[in-house]
Ligand binder design. Sequence first.
Ligand code: FAD
Ligand code: NAD
Length: 465
Amino acid sequence: MTDITCKLLVIGAGPGGYVCAIRAGQLGLDTVIVESTKLGGSCLNVGCIPSKAMIHVAEEFEKAAEAAAGKTPFGLTVSQPALDLKQAVAWKDGIVQRLNNGVAGLLRKAKVKIVHGKARFRDGRTVLVETETGPKTVHAETIVIATGSAPVELPFLPFGGNVISSTGALALTELPKRLVVVGGGYIGLELGTAFARMGSKVTVVEAQEKILPLYDAELTGPVAKRLTALGVEVLTGARALGPTAKGDGLRVETADGKERSLPADRILVTVGRKPVTDDLGLDNLVLDMDGRFIRIGERCETAMRGIYAIGDVTGEPMLAHRAMAQGEMVAEIVAGLPRAWDKRSIPAICFTDPEIVSVGLSPEEAKRAGHELKIGQFPFAANGRAMTRHGETGFVRVVAQAGSDLVLGIQAVGQGVSELSAAFGLAIEMGATLADIAGTIHAHPTLGEAFPEAAMKALGHALHI
Ligand code: FAD
Ligand code: NAD
């Protein structure tokens, strides 16, 4: 048994944990990070990065298939494309490997000690780590819990065989002919769309009345339309009941109360994620919980002094950039810097086709908060760059407070709008008004021009509609 003593111990090297450790190291804190699987966490290994790689593969394949079918309006034809999914997955794995190495390098550069193994609290200052070379005890003044989340399993549809989680879906080397997706949220629709674009027959089973219940109908409308065009059947208000007797499909209860069997080679279950706290020894601590998640305050502090929690283990929104921002803040707090959670917004993007971006308050949320509103919306159908990319679907919407014209929220749906989230986030963080956005020269021809146009629309004088 070896003992390690440090100032800061971070448990979990996902985006929350590794960013926290890097920043702590930069600030000269004697820092140890413990990781039980691979550096980079869910995001880098089985989440954000691998899913976006496979979404890219699907997009490229669909473009080639459309050209082969003579469906491009600009006269491009190619011969029938073929996709080697095994090679695509190997390419994706190569990107993940490069990023794993990158995280290891950044931690080393910041002089963070990396311990590979599973951590378990013995008390509020001591953690036992089971490593390949035997148990190690780490004593730390401050501990950050960044153990992330894992897929929720439905008891009547356990993972195994043809029932897979997002992790399984991202490792498939053979395209399922028929894919049933249970849960029409972020993961179900991002991956469901990608598989449909690669040629799978996809059916989505969503319990609520609409897909992506987090976003309003104006934003999800173009996504729903595109799913229909891709031949994806979407069953809303439907309940998964369990596998068919032969195990070759899924039994569902549809919105009209009838039972139906959906044939499937694979059933992808994406009904949310749960915190990873099992076997962490939380019974040896006295933490407040929010359901199964760890309850935190404004500075990510838990109910115990010297113990912080960040990222998915603390609940929604379960987003990598939120975890990273929390990690950076906590490192600075531990180093004694005057930090608090002063963010005005956490951008959210759904990488469907078209993509959805939401930063700040939606019109509904702003109304509920008691604001009188000015709303401006500008369609990509009137944007030259969108037309030249053959992507006229969607719009940018700006939500501002009537009177002050302070921008409260910005949303967009359209092809490639994820990259606009940076400008939207900056506008909200800087407290921009409609006039600030309308008065900023945006380069032509870009999708970004729809942003000042939406602001001008809210001010009553859009130029191009
Ligand atoms: P995690 O990334 O889950 O990392 C936690 C780490 O802690 C893991 O490496 C785990 O092995 C380790 N750990 C757990 N317990 C212990 C222990 N006892 N001892 C030692 N180590 C331990 N978010 C986005 O913002 N954008 C996206 O596009 C996006 N796409 C996604 C796609 C998919 C398919 C999935 C599944 C998720 C996606 N997410 C996305 C969500 C994102 O992955 C998470 O929000 C993010 O990874 C959370 O970071 P975290 O550091 O809190 O936890
Ligand atoms: P989610 O909460 O986005 O969607 C789950 C969906 O499943 C919901 O629409 C819910 O109504 C539905 N559902 C729940 N139980 C069901 C049942 N029994 N039958 C049918 N439908 C059911 O969860 P997710 O897609 O699993 O993603 C998990 C988390 O990962 C999200 O909270 C998100 O924060 C994060 N994520 C983010 C991104 C991104 O930022 N682009 C991408 C993927 C995942």
